[in-house]
Design a protein around this ligand. Structure first.
Ligand code: ATP
Ligand code: MG
Length: 418
């Protein structure tokens, strides 16, 4: 037990962490390009924030939260997602007083008590973006273009962007009645979760994964067919903006968010892999959320993507991630008396921005070189008494097997390597 990580969690080991760093760096870069700044919020928040912000009819809040009372008897929850914390922070720090829009991103760990399986963990990681303070359909489209551009840059193929409009609370009210009337004769066949949703939040039945419910809703009236003029105009504009950015999309009338504060655009990006068909990104507009959480009436939209599923998809698609963590040079030494010199040289090399390693285990020269090979370093140099005395050594290019005589200084070696 002591030496086993809790179920549904995992360590990200050195042989994988460089992949995470690579993607995280691409994320930081793209966010700079889009003018989006990072916000870092706590791992835990008051439970009520998620009940209201995620919605207490959602699976996340109903079944999946890590909730506990702290020693001061406050109900605390480990964040199951990032939007609620970002909105809370936006309100708490009066960011609505800044020139708008406020564009925020986060790269965070999230916690959900789910049954662990491939691509589904209890601790997982999300990258998400939120735009506050703009109603413009250009913002919705830009929001979709950001993860799309990221995926393209990472080399992902076979992606589909699915979009839908779920209207506003006004158009939904009427629709919910239509939907309930349609479902009524088949109510008894709905799964237990959907029976519960029937009164509280009927739209979510469209999103149910059980095959019986899926069958039942096949011929249900669609919200997209009954949205109001304003919502419909907005949707048309979003489509135009996507088209102008060359982002291919499909309309999927079954994408719902099903909570009152979600409005208008919703979208998913799906990867069609050989072995799995996975939603790797989801988001939409939520013009009512800031107000729901106690802020003013501030329109907003956002998305979140799961890092683990992104990595799995990249792996399935055979995308190689460059390992930029290989060392440049191994500085070997012969005999204990040259160890100090080796240490001074690696220290000077590192000051020159060269990634350098030496022996810390008193290995023989042969064993040091074997180790250097294992590390995959491109260059090596061996310091014996002669080299240290003469200030000259042979720099070996390990990939090509070529040796060059060089002056034994960090600057000279750095000049040669760069
Ligand atoms: P699913 O339908 O697969 O349960 P979801 O609707 O719960 O997904 P969101 O709440 O929209 O997912 O979260 C956004 C993204 O976070 C998902 O697209 C997915 O990539 C990732 N994600 C969600 N739950 C998990 C989990 N338990 N483990 C790993 N990644 C997850
Ligand atoms: Mg889920």
């Amino acid at each position: 037990m002591l030496t086993k990580a809790p179920k549904g969690t995992m360590d990200i080991l050195p042989e994988n962490s460089y992949k995470w760093q690579y993607i995280e760096e691409e994320i930081r870069k793209i966010c700079r390009e889009f003018g989006v700044s990072e916000v870092r919020t706590p791992v835990f928040e008051h439970t009520e924030l998620f009940q209201r912000g995620v919605g207490d009819t959602t699976d996340v809040v109903e079944k999946e939260m890590y909730t506990f009372n702290d020693k001061g008897d406050r109900s605390i929850t480990l964040r199951p997602e990032g939007t609620a914390g970002a909105v809370r922070s936006f309100i708490e720090h009066g960011m609505f007083n800044n020139p708008q829009p406020t564009k925020l991103y986060y790269q965070i760990s999230c916690y959900r008590y789910e049954k662990p399986q491939a691509g589904r963990y209890r601790e997982f990681h999300q990258f998400g973006v939120e735009y506050f303070g703009t109603q413009s359909p250009s913002a919705d489209a830009e929001m979709i273009s950001l993860p799309w551009t990221l995926y393209k840059r990472l080399g992902l193929k076979k992606l589909t962007v699915n979009i839908n409009s779920i209207g506003c609370p006004k158009c939904r009210k009427e629709y919910n009645e239509k939907l309930k009337a349609y479902l009524k004769p088949q109510y008894d066949q709905l799964c237990d979760t959907c029976k519960n949703r029937y009164e509280r939040n009927p739209m979510r039945i469209l999103d149910c994964k059980s095959s019986i419910c899926k069958d039942i809703v096949k011929n249900a009236p669609l919200l997209i067919d009954s949205i109001c003029q304003e919502c419909s105009d907005h949707f048309e504009e979003v489509k135009k903006y996507l088209t102008v950015m060359d982002i291919p999309f499909q309309i999927d009338p079954y994408i719902v968010r099903g909570l009152d504060y979600y409005t208008k655009t919703v979208f998913e990006i799906v990867a069609q892999n050989e072995n799995s068909n996975g939603t790797i990104c989801g988001g939409g507009r939520y013009d009512g959320l800031v107000e729901e959480l106690g802020g003013g009436s501030v329109p907003a939209c956002g998305f979140a993507l799961g890092m683990e599923r992104l990595l799995l998809t990249m792996e399935e698609q055979g995308i190689e991630i460059p390992d930029s963590h290989k060392l440049d040079i191994y500085v070997g030494h012969i005999g204990e008396n040259n160890s100090m010199f080796a240490q001074k040289l690696v220290a000077d090399l590192r000051e020159c921005g060269i990634c350098a390693e030496r022996d810390h285990l008193g290995r023989s020269v042969k064993a040091q070189m074997k180790y250097a090979n294992k590390l995959g370093v491109k260059y090596s140099v061996i310091l014996g008494d002669d080299e240290v005395a003469s200030g000259k050594a042979r720099l070996k290019n390990m990939y090509e097997g070529v040796e060059t005589e060089i002056e034994l200084s960090a600057q000279a070696i750095a000049g040669h390597i760069n």
